[in-house]
Design a protein. Structure first.
Length: 517
């Protein structure tokens, strides 16, 4: 798509944030953030995970309130401001029509209380036409492409505005995260129509090329502060990435991946994975991790690397993938077989997938190691409690007693309990997904130290995270996933971090030559 021309400097601001601050406990999410979006402008909001983008969107949309500063959204002609937000999870019902999806939040009814479908159709069809949608309101959402499903979500936001179809501010909150090439272009072109109709558009994205193509200006966040505001026409991908990452990023492109990804040939291979395919991730290359090695896996959020630990562990169906641990293939699907073969998984969602909040610290520690404390199928609670005391000391878990509910512990100590439980099961391979998410800096260092200690004792570790700096710090080498495939591999070295950022976020030659034809 063509770049949007720069807006006039005299245009009024539809959105104004002034010195906005927000704190969650001891964590400062935003500090002195000022941002404005002009009418007729497409404005990009950039920043890596934890930079404060999501907090800003929640504040603008009224989900949470700022602790400091002011937020103003101005409507047209003195009317209340009309705001629409389209998230990465579009919130659509796939088994309903376009029209039905657009009526779920707001609809007209007859005097008998039934939905007036004819009236609703007369509203939504012109909106779809104005967006150049190319599909009718009677189509089932499941039959639409991902790009067209996103357009349905935009049309729904426009329909819910009053008067119909005139939004003052449209926010695309990572709505293109899983789209590439023409699909992303189509959604961005549709969003730009809102700007041309007199509204403002705020695009929250990780993709630098989308910013260069679609936006007039960009605000870049880093660690809850504004790192810079740039006119997109006067900047480059590298400059945007340097603002977001806070480091110099070379323009040179990353090295190609070999047919077989390297590992330390002096060590015994603990696990090999090949021909693994998930919803987003697909890799025909063989991934090999040696005993005692920490391999990082990262990329831009949504690139597909997030699926890998769950595919290996059997939480997600790994299909025809071949997983070999300590020379023995894992023949069956499911977590039980993977664990029996020596694979341990620490999931990112510890509250829903890792720990039981209603149970005690001891009970959360013991499920995988309980057989050690039983005799003749009878559990010795005294032995288990003594063991739990020992584990709490060894893993520096701060708890008054192992019998206290784990819900009373801090997030960092809950994470230590989860990590301790998996490690005490003595896995040959440890899979970690965002292991330090939501913990303070001191706990992060403790966890990193524990992970290195486990590797030094001979466990192979796959460290999966969107935090590039952390992955580089903790890993012996790093694999970068881009558009669902492993695109690059980097050994530890002085240029490692900059190369990883470039491989994750900067446009590759194949992107220019292929997907945008």
């Amino acid at each position: 798509m063509e770049s949007v021309s720069a807006p006039s400097a005299v245009r009024a601001a539809v959105l104004e944030l002034r010195q906005v601050g927000k704190r969650f406990g001891h964590t400062i999410a935003l500090q002195g953030v000022s941002l404005d979006v002009l009418r007729g402008e497409v404005h990009a909001l950039l920043g890596h995970n934890g930079s404060g983008k999501s907090t800003i969107v929640k504040i603008i949309s009224g989900v949470i309130s700022p602790d400091a500063g002011s937020v103003s959204i101005t409507g047209r002609d003195g009317r209340p401001a009309q705001l629409g937000v389209v998230h990465q999870d579009l919130g659509l019902c796939h088994d309903a029509t376009v029209l039905e999806n657009c009526c779920m939040a707001k609809y007209q009814s007859s005097r008998f209380g039934r939905i007036n479908w004819a009236a609703e159709r007369r509203i939504i069809e012109p909106i779809l036409e104005s967006l150049a949608a190319g599909f009718s309101s009677s189509m089932m959402v499941r039959d639409l492409s991902p790009a067209n499903q996103t357009i349905v979500a935009i049309a729904r936001a426009l329909k819910n505005a009053a008067p119909r179809g005139t939004l003052d501010l449209l926010i695309l909150d990572e709505a293109t995260a899983r789209l590439r090439g023409r699909d992303a272009d189509k959604v961005l072109s549709t969003a730009s129509l809102v700007a041309r109709q007199g509204g403002g558009v705020l695009i929250v994205t990780h993709h630098m090329m989308e910013v260069l193509q679609a936006a007039n200006r960009a605000t870049v966040l880093m660690n809850g502060r504004v790192a810079g505001v740039v006119n997109v026409a006067d900047t480059t991908e590298e400059q945007l990435l340097e603002l977001a990452s806070g480091r110099r990023v070379t323009a040179s492109r990353s090295q190609d991946v070999a047919q077989r990804l390297d590992h330390d040939s002096q060590r015994e291979v603990a696990i090999t994975v090949s021909h693994m395919t998930g919803d987003r991730f697909s890799c025909g290359n063989e991934i090999a991790i040696a005993a005692g090695e920490i391999v990082g896996l990262t990329g831009a959020p949504g690139a597909g690397f997030e699926e890998v630990p769950y595919l290996i562990a059997g939480v997600a169906n790994r299909g025809s993938a071949k997983v070999v641990v300590a020379g023995k293939p894992i023949q069956r699907q499911g977590t039980h077989e993977s664990r029996r073969r020596g694979v341990g998984l620490v999931p990112a969602e510890r509250l829903s997938q890792g720990i039981l909040l209603q149970a005690s610290v001891r009970e959360n520690l013991s499920p995988l190691a309980r057989s050690r404390h039983t005799w003749a199928r009878l559990l010795s609670k005294r032995r288990e409690l003594t063991w739990a005391h020992t584990i709490c000391r060894a893993f520096q878990i701060v708890a008054a007693h192992p019998e206290v509910p784990i819900a009373t512990l801090s997030g960092g100590n809950q994470q230590k309990v989860l990590l301790a439980r998996i490690i005490e099961d003595r896995p040959k391979v440890l899979l970690l997904h965002e292991p330090t998410e939501g913990v303070d800096e001191m706990t992060r260092r403790d966890l990193a130290s524990l992970i290195r200690k486990v590797a030094d004792e001979g466990t192979a570790v796959l460290y999966v995270s969107s935090d590039i700096d952390e992955v580089a710090e903790c890993s012996d080498r790093v694999l970068v996933v881009r558009d669902g495939v492993i695109a690059a591999e980097f050994p530890r070295g002085p240029d490692m971090v900059g190369n990883i950022y470039a491989a994750s976020y900067l446009t590759q030659e194949s992107d220019r030559d292929g997907s945008r034809q």
